[in-house]
Ligand binder design. Structure first.
Ligand code: GTR
Length: 331
């Protein structure tokens, strides 16, 4: 066989093996702070597969995990400006941009995951999407982020008094700083990627997060005392840059919406499984968990935080409607 016929034969094989997909006509680069395999990353990958199939290969979403495109807050701003096309991030990281997001970051607002689902899947979820759109972010999917609890490398926290004077990293938003002051502790806002070394070098005593993040970030290796106080339950968002969105045809927008929607139950299932797996993993690795903590003093301490942030009539109404939403309301 000559080189020419060999090449021709190879090309035919490649052509036969290739899926019946066209080339990517629309490519969306999507950022996530978490590593490959994490439920949020896998949720967006599911969305990518759905969008690709529904568009016969024309729409491609490339997921960049592990903060490859930057730390969360920076990637959100870049998505607003259309430098990045998509971002998956915690509502907490949008607080300085979308005032309504801040309300969803209020401690002990959600009673349970079922309560959070009922709120996010109902009309309030749509209102929040409108609020994001005003800031050039098209909200496509709401994902689970579980509940966040404190962990540190000093001592087991068994009561609110134990927090006094301790230093905890929080997400970069004032509401979390005020939450820590109300609990008698000190807050150090910083990007997620700096937490591990900051605990290690003693800049902070600990941080707060859910089981999967405590696990995948490796924070359990440097802060083994975990107290299940569940002070925050913050939803996660998948958003597309408005600049990118407006350049898409209505058909492609619909494909992306449907793909995003189909990824929500997938992510929720992956999330529930990962919470269990991470809890088991950190326990086996020596994390010490305080489970039976009285949350009442924590909840009572949050009154001034609510007073500071739930200011306008519209905000009061939104918070009340969230609190009044019944578990299972949208199911
Ligand atoms: C995680 C969340 C991330 C990021 C991180 C943090 O639970 O999924 O998007 O916000 O917390 O604490 O910065």
């Amino acid at each position: 066989m000559t080189v020419k016929t060999l090449t021709a034969a190879l090309l035919t094989t490649v052509a036969l093996a290739a899926p019946a997909f066209a080339e990517c006509e629309v490519t969306l680069r999507s950022s996530d702070t978490h590593p490959d395999g994490y439920p949020t990353v896998e949720g967006v990958k599911h969305m990518a597969a759905q969008a690709k199939e529904a568009s016969d290969g024309r729409i491609c979403i490339e997921v960049f995990p592990s903060s490859q495109l930057g730390e969360e807050k920076d990637t959100i701003e870049q998505t607003q400006f259309g430098v990045i096309d998509m971002v998956r991030a915690s509502f907490g990281s949008f607080n300085d941009i979308v005032p309504e997001a801040q309300l969803l970051s209020l401690p002990y607002l959600f009673r349970s995951e079922a309560h959070l689902h009922a709120v996010m899947d109902g009309p309030i979820g749509d209102e929040l999407a409108d609020a994001f759109a005003e800031h050039d972010l098209i909200a496509l999917a709401y994902y689970d982020g579980g509940s966040r609890s404190f962990y540190n490398n000093q001592k087991p926290i068994t009561s609110i008094e134990d927090l006094a004077g301790m230093k905890f990293r929080v997400m970069q938003s004032d509401v979390f700083v005020d939450m820590m002051s109300a609990l008698g502790a000190n807050a150090t806002p910083m990007p997620y990627g700096e937490v591990y070394s900051s605990i290690q070098t003693g800049v902070i005593d600990g941080a707060e997060n859910n089981w999967p993040s405590y696990d995948s970030s490796g924070h359990y290796e440097v802060a083994k005392y975990f107290t299940l106080d569940q002070h925050l339950m913050v939803p996660e968002l998948v958003a597309v840059s408005k600049t990118k969105w407006d350049a898409l045809s209505p058909e492609d927008q619909e494909i992306l919406r449907a793909a995003a929607e189909s990824s929500e139950p997938v992510q929720r299932k992956l999330w529930a499984d990962q919470e269990k797996a991470s809890e088991e993993k950190v326990l086996a690795a020596g994390a010490e968990i305080v489970r039976d903590i009285d949350k009442t003093p924590f909840i009572e301490a949050m009154v001034p935080v609510y007073e500071k942030y739930v200011t306008t009539d519209a905000f009061k109404d939104l918070v009340k409607r969230i609190q009044d939403t019944q578990e299972g309301a949208t199911q």
